[in-house]
Design a protein around this ligand. Structure first.
Ligand code: ATP
Ligand code: MG
Length: 419
């Protein structure tokens, strides 16, 4: 036998059992996107590397040490996308999507970051993101947060919603000075990354997960003390909207998204603290980014869900469509079974056929495992046996009548379930 080739570390295939769960959740997410007026955008997996330097920020974990960057055959530096917002803005500017119009967009797909793989942290992972352009107020932020809360609620995921505000760019400037003063005073307690960030992106220091720095960060000044009247009003309005919608939240005074273009609201959902990777979804308002990437100034707000972390916490799975009929057949009747399956599919019935030589016993086992609502067995040239499951009664039927009779029975059963 040839030597096996191992997969890439931190990069996993989703096996059929996982895919069924993912697809059930994704179907529901798609329906919710429609229910909130969002339209899908499919973004490229590779972008020019400079996009992320500019959009995510040079002085961030992502750009400094997590990107998969390579030169293509023309010598252009490209990167696998580490997140979706930058590409969404880039594509939207290029296509003129932000000219005098509002946009509600969603995307999903694989993202790539060269991190240390562990539970909830992978090198290829998936995000489901929503972005809104051209809406400046707190109302849209509240609607986005209500959407996120609805997703978690429906899937039975327990998480705390944390919100904060970075205020206007001017508020952040003032805060930045106060923060740097505090951090410089405790310079000896900061790790190497933080010392470097101190100069170029001090807000990011607050994102540090280094336990040795916790005391210093807990004692850091709070941005709320630097809000302008406008910032205070915006945040108060967000809180009012959330309360009116019945969305529970906690104000997290030191929650920041340390990127320069973030303004006003930032938020995240955190699962049980005991989990190492507790943040399921995160987002905020980023009014500065479209202009930063060369577009006309456009307000923007969005969030992204980490799908692996979400799927790890789902306790209530949306009802997936599932299989209607499983057809067992001896080898000699495979042709007829195939014909029956196609006739059923013509009627919209979902069918799997057992087309490998196998004993009735092992076919029966596979049929029961398939979760099909009805199991059908090709008996002989005369016809098929309907082996009832659930509310479906057993019986036999001729080949000529099989497709019509089985779909009729399934229709009757569907009615029973609908009520
Ligand atoms: P973390 O602090 O956990 O590193 P982050 O701030 O880097 O997260 P974002 O860039 O805000 O994460 O991405 C949004 C979401 O994507 C995260 O809340 C998380 O659920 C998910 N995510 C980020 N990185 C990974 C990863 N390497 N593996 C799995 N999920 C991830
Ligand atoms: Mg990270």
């Amino acid at each position: 036998m040839n030597r096996q080739i191992a997969g890439v570390r931190g990069v996993a295939a989703l096996l059929p059992a996982d895919c069924a769960r993912w697809a059930a959740v994704e179907d529901r997410l798609r329906a919710l996107m429609e229910a909130y007026g969002f339209r899908e955008i499919r973004l490229p997996i590779i972008e020019r590397t400079e996009l992320y330097g500019r959009a995510v920020g040079e002085v961030t974990d992502i750009v400094e040490k997590e990107m998969y960057t390579f030169l293509d055959r023309n010598g252009d530096s490209l990167s696998l996308r580490p997140e979706g917002t930058a590409g969404c803005v880039r594509a939207g500017i290029e296509a003129g999507l932000f000219h005098n119009q509002t946009q509600r967009l969603w995307y999903q797909g694989a993202m790539f970051r060269h991190e240390r793989p562990q539970k909830g942290r992978y090198r290829q992972f998936h995000q489901w993101g929503v972005e809104v352009y051209g809406m400046a107020g707190a109302a849209i932020e509240a609607e986005l947060i209500a959407l996120g809360a609805r997703i978690l609620r429906e899937l039975g995921v327990k998480a705390r919603l944390l919100v904060n505000s970075l205020g206007t760019p001017a508020c952040r400037e003032r805060y930045r000075d106060a923060l740097v003063e505090h951090l410089v005073a405790h310079r000896d307690r900061l790790d190497e990354d933080s010392v470097r960030r101190l100069e170029r992106n001090p807000l990011r220091v607050l994102d540090s997960k280094n336990p040795a720095m916790k005391d210093v960060l807990d004692a850091a000044p709070m941005i709320a003390d630097h809000w302008s009247a406008e910032s205070r009003e915006h945040f108060a309005s967000l809180k009012d909207h959330l309360s009116a919608l019945g969305v529970a939240f906690e104000v997290a005074p030191r929650l920041v998204r340390g990127l320069d273009y973030y303004t006003h609201t930032v938020f995240e959902w955190a699962a049980d603290e005991t989990l190492a990777q507790a943040t399921i979804a995160a987002g905020g308002r980023y009014d500065g980014l479209v202009a930063e990437l060369g577009g006309a100034a456009t307000t923007a707000v969005g969030f992204a869900i980490g799908m692996e972390r979400l799927m790890g916490l789902v306790t209530r799975l949306p009802q997936a469509a599932g299989l209607d009929v499983y057809v067992m057949t001896p080898a000699a009747l495979q042709g007829r079974a195939l014909g029956l399956a196609e006739a059923l599919r013509d009627r919209g019935v979902r069918v799997e056929t057992h087309l490998a030589a196998a004993s009735p016993k092992s076919q029966g086992k596979r049929a029961r495992e398939s979760g099909a609502r009805c199991i059908v067995e090709a008996v002989d040239e005369e016809g098929v046996a309907i082996l009832g499951t659930g509310a479906i009664e057993s019986g036999t039927v001729s080949w000529a009548q099989a497709a019509a009779r089985i779909s009729e029975i399934l229709g009757a059963e569907a009615k029973i379930h609908d009520q």
